[in-house]
Design a protein around this ligand. Sequence first.
Ligand code: G3H
Ligand code: ZN
Length: 283
Amino acid sequence: MLVTLKELLGDAQKGGYAVGAFNVNNMEIVQAIMEAAEEQRSPVILQASQGGLKYAGVDFIAAMARLAGEKASVPVAVHLDHGTDFQQIMLCVRNGFTSVMIDGSKYPLDENIEVTKKVVEVAHAVGMSVEGELGKIGGVEDDVKVDHRDAAMTDPAEAARFAEETGVDALAIAIGTAHGVYKGEPKLDFERLKAIREVVDTPLVLHGASGVSDAAIRQAVELGICKINIDTDIRQAFARGVHSVVNNNPEEYDPRKILGPARDEMKNIVATKMQLFGCAGKA
Ligand code: G3H
Ligand code: ZN
């Protein structure tokens, strides 16, 4: 069934677990995530970045993800990831996404509040949820690129003001993770997460979670993270599956035989994440 982000994360916050938000760009990725969600009896968030929407078309992604949600026996939210363009966000509203992210993190606080509030006003009017972001997460997530030198952790007092003034349903914070492949072991600032959680009731979101250790993920969930974003781990699983076929059988030309094993690889990694985040068995 299709649900809003607010419903999913409200339950997660009460239940002390996090819901996985997985990036989708094509049919096999959507199917892999849904197979894992059904098998694990897990609520799930299918999300697409602006880059993903440019690649596949917002109407195609919306149709696939909504169909997956309607057919599912577990709750599914269809979410825009790192929306930065107001028109693109409105296109997602029109195409039936159940929630959107407005990423105003590149702006100074007042401006971030202003652009986020504008999206909240429209989205809430039509029953959709909104995720905002405060602090700058380093690395590259499709259209959003932040040099590591410009990455900035979220300030707890600013987070309290941001949550209060914007009315967002979820808040992405920067506590030391980054988008893409890590060069070394990421160090999460758990004291900062604790301090933010003390003054912010809004469900908190961890981006850049691929490559973060299981122990760090568990601690983040214990300290109040309710939504965890995974993209790179899925991309790598996809590539592993395709490479294994292409390397072992370079003559293969049937797309189903090339993409099928990739779908299985992605399903396995998604299932593992659902168990780790604690959302497995919660649907
Ligand atoms: O918004 C999407 C994510 O934050 C994914 O980050 O590619 O490092 O898993 P990741
Ligand atoms: Zn992200």
